[in-house]
Ligand binder design. Structure first.
Ligand SMILES: *[C@@H]1O[C@H](CO)[C@@H](O)[C@H](O)[C@H]1NC(C)=O
Ligand SMILES: *[C@@H]1O[C@H](CO)[C@@H](O)[C@H](O)[C@H]1NC(C)=O
Ligand SMILES: *[C@@H]1O[C@H](CO)[C@@H](O)[C@H](O)[C@H]1NC(C)=O
Ligand SMILES: *[C@@H]1O[C@H](CO)[C@@H](O)[C@H](O)[C@H]1NC(C)=O
Ligand SMILES: *[C@@H]1O[C@H](CO)[C@@H](O)[C@H](O)[C@H]1NC(C)=O
Length: 891
């Protein structure tokens, strides 16, 4: 202070041209530690003479004379013997920094180097002015700095705290006041880095990478025992791995507030490795706390599924966990870091709950499982570590340090499957078509049928393989559901509905299939399928199991159906008009019970065509071929297989052979139509009898065979009765018992020969005239019992021709009292000539000879005509044969 003040005083004094030399050294006292290097600077200003100045260094213990000469920039032999060795060794040196500045350097200062160091500059000034030297005190203190680190744990779990403890001490030697600082460093692959320095003034300086963590409070300095300091690194991360060191330093505060580090000691604390969470985090899923390695779990419906997620980690306390249970990789339920449980509402699984049951156990529970809860379950754990908890105040930053998924646990929910055995047997086997079948499907050894469970059955038919259709698919016959309802939509529906096919449950566990009457198509294989139904909690029936019996073959020999018919005479006929009666009995084979018969009564007379007289349908409808005989024909069913035929008033035309033609029909159902099974003809029964009625002959007569035009022609048809009637023994006079049907016919001879009816009278006397091609009129008249006269009034030329009559006699049978029609009797033919033909033949000669015999000819002709007319009237009174008439014409 004093020299500075003086220099200032001199400076002020010589302002105005004249200057005074000023020599200065570092302000003191300088406190240095033994063995450390020391440098003392000296400069000179405001001097005269050459610019390069020389510096001499001297020292003394107390700052007074005598002084020892140490070193000089000017003179190499300047040093006293006490320093010359150190100068020679280079321990003590002087370094010129500038023309006016030099530095005294001591490599390793000794305690004995304490004293006052004087820097002197030899004068180069023209006049002596100012000061030429300056001195500073150097206090050398012994090196008592001790740095004592504590070895940190070599391994730290991620998220845990790392405490780095280090102490720095020194002995205080009054009056030399020194200060301490302590610093922590970490050496990583990226180099050495300062973490934090404390001191020397009680201040804290952090390395750039650690400032944030220091501000967050993750880097704390804690005073420890015995002057030690602890640096705590909270929640270490992998980046904190490295070799730690601590450095202690001793400081002195020099005048001007300049802090000078006078000694420093660095000590390695040790290497620290950080174990990452993902290395130690372990997540295990199990079905119970005790079962260690259960990887699968079998449950029954309705059970509660319980799974444990056990989390372990070396740094579990430092972790915040989010635990999620997944099934088949779908999230079911999660508990987040805040402990809030949230179930996945989208999941189709049962209701799940999740709770923390221990420090590290998370229990999943699913109540009332069903098959949809089956799957592969895993537990996923995400571990978080928070940063900056202190300043964050809950808004800390979290970062995920690890995520692990547990081993899978397979959960199966077994639906209880009922189990039973089926036995299919035939209780009744048919020997032939039409006989019943009874099949029995027995359910035995039932196990695991759930309470309330029911059985249902379905029956199937598989046709026997044949060459045409081998392996036809099974046909459903019908089924009984769990509630016993009959269901059928098959070809068997009609038979089921009508009751010929019965599907039933006879005992709790026996099902029956019964065909009352088999058909040929029923031959084949039968299978029963029994299903077990369980009732769900919602009351719905669910098919739990289904078993099929082995097929049972039902087969029988089929014989072709036959029907044999025997006809038997009941009443035979010996006379016409009597009643004929016969029965036909049918005997069937291989047809079955449900038979209907159609009967036809047929007859044949000689070689004539076979006639069907009447028929009876299976439904007992009678049909008669000839409606006019309806009243005298009877065909009736008189027994199950017996039919009676009766023919009343047998007539000669009924003669012939009679038999029954029987067709047997079957039907499967009452309302089904009949199908033909077989047909049979009976033996023949002959109707023949001696004709005992009258026999007849018919003839025609006329008074004259030739008439003139406009005259009336008259012809007679006369019936001659011979033989005897059964009653009277053959009299012609029984008019009530005999009647005739008489018909006249005309045959034209000219042109084409045509025969046409003229007029008829029936047996009741009713006359019917036919349409004729003539202007003449006709009538018929019964002359006596056996004679019918034909009159032709106003004959025409066109009436010329042959006439004959046909008579059908009817007589009343004396035995039966019935009218019997005899056959038709035809008379011989008579010729009628209308004489206009003669007149015509005369016309031509008249024309040719007209001119020759004019007057006489006319007269004689008239005369001849009159004469001829008179002659004709008196001739031909007896009938003539046609040949005679022809002869006459020729004449
Ligand atoms: C742990 O995490 C690091 C990086 O985050 C990764 O490289 C390493 O493979 C992980 N180790 C395990 C065991 O998961
Ligand atoms: C946990 O869930 C609750 C509710 O969804 C939510 O408010 C909270 O922020 C969540 N916590 C975390 C850490 O995600
Ligand atoms: C059903 O029971 C029989 C014995 O009664 C057994 O052999 C079979 O394995 C069982 N089936 C099922 C599916 O349980
Ligand atoms: C039912 O079970 C018993 C004993 O398990 C066995 O002897 C019998 O053969 C079984 N019956 C059928 C039809 O499988
Ligand atoms: C009547 O005579 C004419 C001509 O001679 C002929 O065409 C017609 O068929 C005849 N009719 C009858 C009913 O004979």
């Amino acid at each position: 202070m004093e020299p500075g003040f003086l220099a200032l005083a001199f400076g002020l004094l010589f302002i105005g041209g004249c200057s005074a030399r000023v020599v200065t050294v570092s302000p003191g006292p300088l406190i240095r530690v033994e063995g450390q290097p020391v440098s003392i600077r000296c400069d000179v200003n405001d001097y005269g003479g050459p610019s390069e100045q020389d510096f001499d260094w001297e020292m003394s213990r107390d700052g007074n004379e005598p002084r020892s000469r140490i070193i000089s920039t000017f003179e190499s032999s300047f040093s006293d013997p006490s320093f010359s060795r150190r100068v020679a060794s280079g321990d003590i040196s002087v370094v010129r920094l500038q023309d006016n500045e030099a530095e005294l350097k001591i490599g390793e200062v000794k305690l004995t180097d304490s004293g006052f160091y004087l820097c002197r500059t030899p004068s180069t000034d023209p006049t002596t002015s100012g000061n030429y030297d300056a001195q500073v005190q150097l206090r050398v203190i012994p090196n008592t700095l001790k740095v004592t680190p504590q070895t940190p744990p070599p391994v730290v779990q991620e998220g845990h705290d790392l405490t780095l403890s280090c102490s720095a001490t020194r002995e205080l030697t009054f009056p030399s006041l020194t200060y301490l600082s302590i610093a922590w460093l970490v050496k990583t692959s990226g180099g050495s880095e300062e973490i934090l320095t404390f001191g020397p003034q009680g201040d804290v300086v952090t390395g750039p990478r650690f400032t944030r963590r220091y501000l967050d409070g993750d880097l704390r300095l804690v005073p420890g025992r015995n002057g030690a300091f602890e640096l705590v690194i909270s929640r270490v991360t992998a980046s904190d791995e490295g070799t730690y060191a601590c450095t202690g330093a001793e400081w002195t505060s020099e005048s001007g507030g300049k802090w000078t580090k006078i000694v420093e000691s660095s000590k390695e604390m040790g290497a620290v490795s950080v174990t990452p969470t993902n290395r130690s985090l372990n997540v295990k899923a199990s079905s119970s706390p005790t079962s260690q390695s259960s990887t699968s779990l079998l449950l029954s419906p309705g059970n509660t599924l319980t799974l444990l997620c056990h989390v372990s980690a070396d740094n579990l306390d430092a972790l915040s966990l989010e635990v999620t249970w997944l099934a088949d990789d779908g999230e079911i339920i999660t508990v987040n870091r805040s402990g809030v449980v949230r179930a996945n509402s989208v999941s189709k699984r049962g209701e799940a709950s999740l709770e923390k049951t221990g420090d590290s156990d998370y229990r999943l529970a699913v109540r009332g499982v069903s098959s949809r809860d089956g799957g592969v379950y895993t537990c996923r754990v995400q571990a978080f570590i928070e940063e900056g908890r202190v300043t964050g105040g809950g808004a800390g930053r979290w970062h995920k340090v690890a995520e692990k998924t547990s081993n899978p646990v397979t959960v199966k929910v077994s639906e209880v499957k009922p189990n039973f055995t089926l036995t299919l047997e035939a209780a009744t086997k048919p020997q032939k078509t039409g006989e019943p079948i009874e099949l029995s499907c027995d359910v035995t050894n039932i196990s695991q049928l759930p309470p309330g469970g029911r059985l249902g059955v379905s029956w199937e038919y598989i046709s026997l393989p044949d060459k045409v259709t081998n392996a036809s698919p099974p046909k459903l016959i019908g089924s009984l559901d769990a509630n016993g309802n009959l269901e059928s939509n098959s070809a068997y529906k009609d038979r089921l509905d009508s009751g010929v096919l019965v599907l039933s449950r006879v005992q709790p566990n026996t099902f029956k299939l019964r065909f009352l009457r088999t058909q040929k198509i029923d031959m084949g294989q039968y299978v029963c399928t029994v299903s077990a139904w369980s009732v769900t909690s919602q009351g719905k029936m669910v098919n739990a199991a289904e078993y099929k019996s082995s097929p049972l073959t039902i087969q029988w020999e089929t014989k072709s159906p036959t029907v044999k018919v025997a006809a038997k005479t009941i009443r035979s006929v010996s006379v016409g008009g009597a009643t004929f009666e016969m029965t036909c009995s049918a005997i069937t084979e291989n047809i079955g019970d449900w038979i209907g018969f159609a009967v036809q009564i047929q007859s044949q007379s000689g070689t004539e065509a076979i006639k069907t007289i009447m028929s009876l349908s299976p439904d007992n409808v009678v049909q008669v071929t000839d409606p006019s005989r309806r009243d005298s024909l009877v065909l009736a069913k008189t027994g199950a297989r017996e039919f009676n035929f009766r023919l009343e008033g047998v007539q000669p035309s009924d003669k012939g052979n009679y038999w029954c033609d029987v067709t047997a029909f079957t039907k499967q159902l009452p309302d089904q139509s009949w199908t033909t099974a077989a047909t049979g003809n009976s033996n023949r029964i002959t109707i023949n009898f001696q004709e005992n009625g009258p026999s007849f002959s018919v003839e025609t007569r006329y008074d004259t065979s030739s008439v003139y035009p406009w005259e009336t022609a008259k012809m007679e048809c006369s019936v001659r009765v011979s033989g005897s009637s059964p009653k009277s023994g053959g009299t012609n006079s029984q008019t009530e018992e005999l009647a005739y049907e008489v018909r006249w016919f005309f045959t034209r001879l000219r042109g084409e020969q045509t025969t046409s009816p003229v007029v008829s009278v029936d047996r009741f006397g009713v006359v019917t005239k036919s349409n004729r091609n003539s202007s003449s009129d006709v009538s018929i008249e019964r002359k006596d019992a056996n004679t019918y006269v034909l009159y032709i009034f106003g004959t025409q030329d066109s009436d010329s021709g042959e006439y004959h009559c046909m008579v059908t006699p009817w007589y009343k049978s004396t035995s039966s009292g019935l009218w019997t029609q005899d056959k038709d009797y035809t008379s011989g033919k008579v010729f009628l000539s209308v004489k206009i033909a003669v007149w015509d033949s005369l016309k031509l000669p008249l024309l040719y000879g007209a001119s020759a015999s004019l007057g006489v000819g006319v007269f004689s002709l008239l005369l001849g005509l009159i004469c001829a007319r008179c002659c004709c009237r008196n001739t031909a009174h007896t009938p003539r044969s046609r040949t005679k008439l022809m002869d006459l014409e020729m004449d």
